[in-house]
Design a protein around this ligand. Structure first.
Ligand SMILES: [Zn+2]
Length: 154
């Protein structure tokens, strides 16, 4: 199991499961050599924790589970382009491969207002040699946010 679509499907399932429980529909998967190391959904609502983003929770679960601080041999899958906090966490974890479904630029009014922020701009700013693959299960990922009943807030 090492193709991007299969692993993104797991992230999508996390996002949808979270949505069913009243969470914002974000899902994340961290894999290594096709094996899932961690998977997570946003828990901001139920935990009353503004930092409980799916991406951050997945990184914590992966590093804790592996018993090491870096994830340089892992690939990160996210249903949506990560916020600056989560992208900073990925940078700190030494991740080098990021696979995305939805991009903020494509979500229009649904997305958070991050002005000119993008993964590429952040990576350039901090000197991060990041390999980015976008458009994986893009329609399914965008539908998560288009169908959302509430406007997202940080
Ligand atoms: Zn985030």
């Amino acid at each position: 199991m090492d193709d991007h679509e299969t692993l993104m499907d797991i992230a999508l399932a996390e996002a949808r499961a979270g949505r069913e429980l009243g969470e914002q529909p974000f899902g994340a998967v961290i894999a290594s050599q096709g094996r899932v190391i961690a998977q997570a959904r946003s828990l901001k609502v139920s935990s009353s924790d503004s930092t409980a983003h799916s991406e951050l929770l997945a990184i914590r679960a992966a590093t804790t589970g592996l018993g090491r601080r870096t994830l340089d041999d892992c690939i990160f899958y996210g249903t949506c382009e990560p916020c600056p906090m989560c992208l900073g966490a990925m940078f700190n974890a030494g991740l080098k491969h990021l696979i995305l479904g939805a991009r903020l630029r494509d979500l229009g009014d649904i997305a958070f207002a991050f002005n000119d922020y993008s993964v590429e701009r952040f990576a350039e700013l901090v000197g991060w040699d990041l390999t980015l693959v976008e458009g994986v299960r893009q329609q399914e990922c965008e539908a998560l946010y288009a169908d959302a009943a509430v406007k997202f807030s940080r």
